[in-house]
Each structure stands twice: as structure tokens, then as C-alpha cells.
Design a protein around this ligand. Structure first.
Ligand SMILES: [Zn+2]
Length: 313
């Protein structure tokens, strides 16, 4: 079931049901000045739920004018091509490094098929190309006047090279995508999602500085929802980003296999989450949002690509 929550005047959160769970993937709807914008409308597998959510918020999907992508991972924008059939007026705003993958998703699909295999369709649904004339390329430093707001675009690589955030200077609302980590409702536990192939620890840490300097009042996470106590949250994401990287590096230097590193990683990091919640469902929900194998694979690729010298014993 799609759940819709009005967060402030003009901002709605749409919780998309994903793998039988809610409150893991969230889209945001902004409305004002006769415009409707969707931030990260989600994967193709939930596009019907997204349309239902727009209606529940009180709007006709055909009147959506803007789709804003924080980045082009499938759980954020995999469904955009499909949604455009119901949103003929919408233009899609995406960072220059991600635009081509929306226009021609071939590479994105083939690399995802290597990771997800047979589960590809069930997880992500149909991934359709976005017509080039619908795409508006954006860069850090741009300002978008959309839905009665002035949204600054800030380039925030680290999780993905095509990642941006959208910041409303006047209201203090910041739409963070994945760069402020994953934190599911009801628990004070943040996790940096570190999938391959773009993970860059140093760039991500600088992006966290970018967020802090903006001094937002609220950060809206894609996974999931608003965070208000920002400094401790962001610093816990940064600390894990580095600590988890060190853990994987040590194991690689000991010539452990990927499977062994994943096992070690879970043994070392899961107890912290288990101390905060003894509900096995919480663990499963975090796995759906950002799983351990991909976390490890992202770091392994990062060390090989960016610091091969540190892998020598
Ligand atoms: Zn992502």
C-alpha cells in the first residue's frame, strides 16, 4: 500500500511499497505556483504505486511538471521512463554525468543484470529510455525555480558520481538522496550505502561537509524520511564510511576472499544494529535498503581503483 504524508505546506512524502515493505523507498512531491515536482520517483516496479501516491496527495499525475533526480540508481529513478507515459508535461532534471544513462539505459540495465540476475524484473520492473528532449541537464551551482521554491543544486559525489542534492534556502529543506545515508524510521542507526562502482570515500566525506555548510533545518532521506538532528547523524555516517572502509581494507590485505570478507564484515558490524533493535525484521529492512554484500563489493572496488598501493602487505 502506498502511504502519503504531508510533511509541510507544499511537501508530501510518498512511501513506495517495495519487496513487501513500506517506509524504505520514499519519493517527495513538491507543489506550488501551479507546478508539481517529484524528487526520485522510484523504480519501475513501484510506478503504479507512485501514481496512486500522487493522486492520494490530491494531484493529477498528468499535471506533474518536473521530475528531479538526486542520482540515477534504479531505486531512485529506474521508473522515470515508464512514468512519463502518465506525465506528458514532465521534464526530467538530472546531473550531466547521469543524463546519458537515462536516455540510453542499456549499460545501466546490463550492469544491474550482472548483480541482480533473475531478480531484475521483480526488483526494478520495466526500465524504459527517457526521450532526450525531456531531459534537462543540471550541474552543481544551478538554481531551479520550481513549484514556488528556489532550489539550489549542489554536486555531492561519493555514493555516485552523478549525485546532487536539492536545497531550498528559504525553507531550509534539503533533499539528500543517498548522500546522507540510510536511516529507517523508529531507530537511530544510520548506514552509508556503498555499492559499486562509484564509491569514493574522500569525495563522499567532502559532500558531507557541503551538506553541513548549508546548515539545513531538515534533511529528507530517500531511505527514509526527515532527519532533524543533523550533525550527529551526518558524523555517524562519516565515521562508518571510514571505519567500514578500513575493515574491508584490512581483510583484503590478508588476502581473504570476497565471501570471507562479507562474512567478517557482517560479524563485525551487525552487533551495533542488533544492540539498537532486537527485532529481526529491522535487520531485514536494512538489508533491503542497502545490503551487506553490495556494501563490501563497493569498498573492494574502491580500494582496487583508488588506492591499489594500500593493498600491498
Ligand atoms: Zn543510490
Amino acid at each position: 500500500m502506498t502511504e502519503v504524508t504531508q510533511l509541510t505546506p507544499g511537501i508530501w512524502q510518498i512511501s513506495l511499497p517495495f519487496q513487501g515493505e513500506t517506509d524504505i523507498i520514499g519519493s517527495y512531491l513538491l507543489a506550488g505556483s501551479d507546478e508539481i515536482a517529484l524528487i526520485d520517483p522510484g523504480p519501475g516496479s513501484t510506478s503504479e504505486a507512485l501514481l496512486e501516491g500522487v493522486r492520494q496527495a490530491g494531484f493529477d499525475p498528468a499535471r506533474v511538471t518536473h521530475i528531479l533526480a538526486t542520482h540515477i540508481h534504479l531505486d531512485h529513478t529506474g521508473g522515470v521512463g515508464k512514468l512519463l507515459a502518465s506525465m506528458p508535461q514532465a521534464r526530467v532534471f538530472v546531473h550531466s554525468k547521469g543524463a546519458q544513462h537515462l536516455i540510453d539505459p542499456g549499460k545501466l540495465i546490463s550492469s544491474s543484470e550482472r548483480i541482480y540476475g533473475e531478480r531484475m524484473q521483480e526488483l526494478w520492473g520495466e526500465i524504459l529510455p527517457v526521450p532526450q528532449e525531456k531531459v534537462q541537464v543540471i550541474e552543481g551551482g544551478d538554481v531551479l525555480n520550481i513549484a514556488g521554491r528556489r532550489l539550489e543544486v549542489h554536486y555531492t559525489p561519493g555514493h555516485a558520481i552523478h549525485h546532487v542534492i536539492f536545497f531550498d534556502v528559504h525553507s531550509g529543506d534539503l533533499f539528500a538522496g543517498d548522500v546522507a545515508g540510510v536511516r529507517l524510521p523508529g531507530i537511530t542507526y544510520g548506514r552509508p550505502p556503498t555499492p559499486p562502482p562509484d564509491l569514493d570515500i574522500e569525495a563522499w566525506s567532502s559532500s558531507i561537509d557541503t551538506l553541513k555548510k548549508l546548515r539545513p533545518d531538515v534533511i529528507y532521506l530517500a531511505h527514509f524520511g526527515p532527519v532533524r538532528n543533523l550533525a550527529p547523524h551526518l558524523e555517524s555516517i562519516r565515521a562508518k564510511l571510514f571505519n567500514w572502509g578500513d575493515l574491508v581494507l584490512r581483510a583484503m590485505r590478508e588476502n581473504k576472499s570476497e565471501a570471507e570478507i562479507i562474512e567478517l564484515f557482517i560479524a563485525e558490524t551487525r552487533p551495533e544494529l542488533q544492540r539498537l533493535s532486537n527485532d529481526p525484521r529491522t535487520l531485514e529492512r536494512y538489508e533491503i535498503a542497502s545490503n551487506y554484500p553490495m556494501t563490501v563489493q563497493g569498498y573492494m572496488r574502491y580500494w582496487r581503483k583508488h588506492h591499489p598501493e594500500r593493498l600491498e602487505a
